[in-house]
Design a protein around this ligand. Structure first.
Ligand SMILES: Cc1cc2nc3c(=O)[nH]c(=O)nc-3n(C[C@H](O)[C@H](O)[C@H](O)COP(=O)(O)OP(=O)(O)OC[C@H]3O[C@@H](n4cnc5c(N)ncnc54)[C@H](O)[C@@H]3O)c2cc1C
Length: 322
């Protein structure tokens, strides 16, 4: 079985302007190598200034990496991404494409799956190589669904970031770099200049630790206590919809059914009641900690740990302790 892993480069949090391989790309490369062997795994990556990301891919060691290093692919373009992914997929005669789930990968996988009439499963939490089945969560994390993939077809699968955990060291092989050409695909959207927002926080969907604030935060300034704690533990800061609707935080920080779906190792819900729509976005977190003044708040039924207390005392105390 041959796997093509759709990798992504992200802005480094340590060095401004440097792009590094995303954690979920590393996870998927290691997961593939562990299950089918490095000789059957290839990587695919598009972007600008990919040197560091390519080095990281080589250090994991899939057999090949298909790459295109160009300003024209610095921002997502479904036209070019689809054309280049199709080229790599066909050259590789891959049976599987793995990608980290995002609006971009969902778009390009769906377009390509429709064109090539392959299976597609998005936002998966796991894949069984023997059964050829995927695991997904349903109805706001109330049910887990295992679906088998139609036989005899290639399958395109996107995984929720942080859902695959590979603890052991993976030994790959020497990686051959295959450069793709930019000019064969015409993009309707062109990148002329790119200005990234300056942020030292990890992205919400990829962060291993998230601390979110709810309505109880009271105003946007109070989020600074969450940011202080987040800075100490390398966390991203999220918000409930009540906090977003009240203008305390931008929608980009919203976790939930109508916000981001996250799956960190640790989720700290601070002053959040635990509505089903919030749970839809963070219910697959490995460990949930609730900080709440109300011992009967619904979040406590889902939380692994609870701190019953006023967040304005608990959060600064945690920051001081750390
Ligand atoms: C279609 C639809 C989509 C939705 N999508 C989303 C979504 O994507 N994300 C989302 O979050 N919600 C979503 N909602 C809204 C959701 O139903 C809840 O209204 C919302 O999650 C409540 O936010 P909250 O927990 O911050 O506020 P509340 O429910 O008001 O809870 C505040 C909590 O803070 C506690 N508290 C108060 N003071 C303190 C203090 N000083 N210290 C500690 N704890 C304190 C209270 O005990 C309470 O438990 C959606 C709703 C609908 C209908």
């Amino acid at each position: 079985m041959k796997v093509l892993v759709f990798c992504e480069a992200k802005e480094s949090l340590k060095e401004a302007g440097k792009l590094v391989l995303s954690d979920s790309s590393k996870e998927l490369l290691k997961f593939s190598i562990k299950n089918v062997g490095a000789e059957n795994v290839s990587a695919f990556i598009l972007g600008e200034n990919l040197a560091s990301s390519l080095e990281e891919i080589k250090s994991i060691g899939p057999a090949k990496v298909y790459s295109l290093d160009s300003l024209s692919v610095k921002i997502f373009s479904s036209d070019i991404y689809k054309a280049k992914l199709e080229e790599a997929f066909l050259k590789e005669s891959a049976n599987l494409i793995f990608a980290s789930h995002s609006p971009d990968t969902e778009t390009v996988l769906a377009i390509l799956a429709a064109k090539l009439e392959t299976n597609i499963a998005t936002d998966c939490l796991g894949f069984d190589f023997n059964e050829k089945s995927v695991l997904r969560s349903m109805y706001s994390n109330k049910l887990s669904l295992k679906s088998s993939l139609a036989e005899g077809k290639a399958s395109f699968i996107s995984f929720r970031p942080n859902s695959i955990h590979i603890e052991e060291e993976i030994s790959g092989t020497n990686t051959e770099i295959i450069s793709l050409e930019a000019d064969s695909a015409e993009a309707r959207i062109k990148c002329i200049e790119f200005k990234a927002a300056a942020s030292k926080e990890p992205s919400l969907t990829e962060a291993a630790i998230i601390i979110s604030g709810g309505r109880a935060m009271g105003n946007s300034e109070n989020f600074s206590i969450l940011r202080e704690l987040a800075g100490k533990i390398g966390a991203a800061v999220g918000a409930s919809r009540a906090a977003v609707d009240s203008g305390y935080a931008p929608h980009s920080m919203q976790v939930g059914q109508t916000g981001k779906v996250v799956s960190p190792n640790l989720y700290i819900a601070s002053g959040i009641s635990g509505a089903i729509q919030h749970f839809a976005g963070m219910g697959s977190s490995k460990v949930i900690v609730a900080i709440n003044t109300d011992k009967d708040a619904p979040i406590l039924k889902k939380a692994d740990y609870a701190i019953i207390g006023d967040l304005f005392e608990v959060i600064p105390a945690l920051s001081a302790l750390l």
